[in-house]
Design a protein around this ligand. Structure first.
Ligand code: M6R
Length: 606
């Protein structure tokens, strides 16, 4: 978590740093700060809370003027959110911004205290800044290398040395960092959207690399000062993609971008009406050889994996186990070379998912990642990668990343089922044709927005909610429930509808609304029976079902309908009303939709 940026060029950098940070606020918003070379010294401004607090503070106080600087937006790990714990940290000689965690910071701190250093913050970062100062010998790269050799943990660093006012320094290990390459100006950033407005060209800084960035020069070396040459990358993301484009919130914009995102994700993976995943290096023959599949991910991405399990097992008859990454990495899973471990991650930087990937590799399993951010750590460390093409997802609550992940799950299921001989070519073509219709049907589903807004107005005062469903509807309801609690702060649980009467139904009263997803027609009557059971206990029920489903007026208080489509494909469509209900509940409650409390988009700590 945390976002870092840096600028070296000919323009006044304060506004550029602030603008770049505003694109990274999704990584944390507990505080923000900048450091700028101003009249021969390093001028630091920082403030607790969102970036807007820092901006107001500078407007009413001091706004540094200079052409070289670094910036930070924080998701607190060590030390509460406060002005004093905000980055940048350091002293008049060395100032840094940091994304990651210094695990041995206590030992470093003790050592430095013995050397006469004192500390003002509770952060791990301040110890690193002061260790740099301790080792500083007039050669910044030497100093950085010597310091990092003492440090355990993860970091992406932006560093300024007072004696070198024409440059910034960067280093990384286990936290992402790119170097943006402009004309007479260069940048550093945790993620591409921060620099898109200024340049599309960038270098990916790799593990244990150090960079020296000047206006017209970028030098990269390893920890032994051995120079490294790199291939320039070009971002394909649209500049507007990182802006709100007229929508009130990124989340609403991203919900509406789903038809395009899905189309862009599936189109290159369909050739002549059949699935074609060979671009990721995984042939149908190779896919067939796996005895078992593990899907490992966190949060929304794990929920996409749950849907993946249902459809892969149903169609391809291959055993699929879905694991939460933070559990998988510590449960000593039984893995062999005959297993395929699929890692799903929007950011490609989630610490637990990355650790699960490394564990899978160590145990000889093959790894396939489904990732949205090009060049991210998980993508680079996997044997095979399928990139989703959702474009940048800024809202902390994941929406379009989820539905594109689902699209890839379908492609995988079709490819595997066909390769295994579980479906015929004709059936496979039919499935692909259904998937190709999905973008259009998502557009049609978006028409339920007003209904969702109305439903949200009925739910907004609830203290707790239940989401229920069976089969694929149950897998989807997990995501609906997460979306609601994440952004509206209303407690909710997703439950397999048939399991309710084994305990949970005792919670149901007229104060607990129930959102029932019933799109699986073979299970429809059974789900309706479960709905009637909760209705009989006073619950207000919102039913999400297909357009043509017959609805008993006794069964639901509000009905939201999705277009008719074959049962297998409903999760992508039914996800839309669930996202919109969560969105409008959050809006009506006056919550910060795009930046829910205590959260960050990219969870790079375990
Ligand atoms: O970047 P990732 O997909 O690996 O992130 C995983 C989760 O942190 C993420 O999906 C999270 O649950 C979402 N914010 C939920 O909306």
């Amino acid at each position: 978590m945390c976002g870092i940026v840096g600028y070296v060029g000919r323009k006044n950098c304060t506004d550029i740093l602030i603008d770049a940070l505003s694109k990274l606020e999704y990584r944390g918003y507990d505080s923000a700060g900048i450091a700028v070379f101003e009249k021969g010294s390093i001028s630091v401004e920082k403030a607790q809370g969102k970036l807007s607090n820092l901006c107001s503070k500078m407007e009413n106080g001091h706004k540094p003027v200079g052409k070289v600087g670094i910036g930070h937006t924080r998701w607190a790990t060590h030390g509460e959110p406060s002005d004093i714990n905000s980055h940048p940290h350091g002293n008049k000689r060395v100032t840094i911004v940091h994304n990651g965690i210094i695990e041995n910071y206590k030992q470093i701190k003790e050592f430095l205290e013995e050397q006469g250093y004192s500390f003002v913050s509770q952060t791990d970062t301040e110890t690193l800044a002061k260790l740099l100062d301790y080792y500083y010998d007039g050669d910044p790269v030497e100093t950085i290398a010597k310091t990092l050799a003492e440090v355990e943990g993860s970091y992406a660093l932006g560093i300024m040395f007072r004696d070198f006012p024409d440059r910034i320094f960067a280093a990384r290990k286990d936290s992402p960092l790119i170097i943006g390459v402009g004309k007479d100006e260069n940048f550093i950033a945790s993620d591409v959207p921060a620099i898109l407005k200024y340049t599309r060209d960038y270098y990916l800084l790799e593990q244990d690399e150090i960079a020296v960035i000047r206006e017209n020069d970028i030098q990269i070396c390893d920890l032994h000062k051995k120079p490294i040459r790199k291939e320039l990358q070009t971002a394909t993301w649209d500049v507007d993609a990182a802006e709100k484009g007229g929508y009130e919130h990124f989340m609403l914009k991203e919900i509406n971008e789903q038809p395009v995102a899905i189309r862009t994700t599936i189109a290159p993976r369909i050739a002549d009406g059949m699935p074609s995943l060979e671009e990721c290096g995984l042939t149908a023959e190779e896919l067939m050889r796996f005895r078992r599949i593990f899907i490992v991910a966190c949060g929304t991405a794990m929920h996409a994996g749950m849907v993946g399990k249902y459809i892969i097992e149903r169609l391809a008859r291959v055993e699929v186990t879905v694991d939460i990454a933070s559990e998988f990495r510590y449960r000593n899973p039984i893995l062999t070379a005959e297993d395929l471990v699929i890692l799903i991650s929007q950011s490609g930087e989630t610490a637990d998912t990355k650790a699960a990937l490394m564990l899978a590799r160590e145990n000889g399993a093959k790894t396939l990642s489904v990732v949205n951010v090009k060049g991210s750590s998980i993508a680079r460390e996997s044997d095979y990668v399928i990139y989703t093409h959702a474009g940048p997802e800024i809202s902390v609550a994941s929406t379009k990343a989820y539905t594109v992940q689902l699209s890839v799950m379908y492609l995988l299921a079709f490819e595997l089922a066909y390769a295994n001989g579980k479906i015929t070519e004709e059936e496979c073509r039919q499935h692909i044709a259904s998937l190709q219709q999905i973008p259009e049907l998502v557009t049609e589903t978006l028409e339920c927005e007003k209904d969702c807004q109305m439903v949200a107005s009925k739910l907004m005062n609830a203290e707790s909610l239940l989401y229920i469903g069976r089969g694929l509807d149950y897998a989807l309801s997990m995501e609906g429930s997460l979306k609601l609690k994440e952004i509206s702060y209303i407690h909710s649980e997703s439950y397999a509808a048939g399991e309710l009467k084994h305990g949970t139904i005792s919670l149901v009263t007229d104060a607990m609304p129930v959102i029932a997803v019933a799109t699986q027609m073979d299970l429809y009557d059974k789900t309706v029976s479960n709905i009637k059971e909760v209705k009989a206990r006073g619950a207000n029920v919102v039913l999400i079902c297909k357009k043509s489903a017959e609805v008993d007026p006794e069964a639901a208080d509000y009905v939201i309908r999705i277009p008719d489509v074959e049962d297998l494909m409903t999760p992508i469509l039914a996800a839309v009303p669930l996202q919109l209900i969560a969105y409008y509940t959050s809006v009506l409650k006056g919550c910060d939709v795009d930046k829910p409390r205590n959260l960050a988009k990219s969870v790079t700590v375990e």
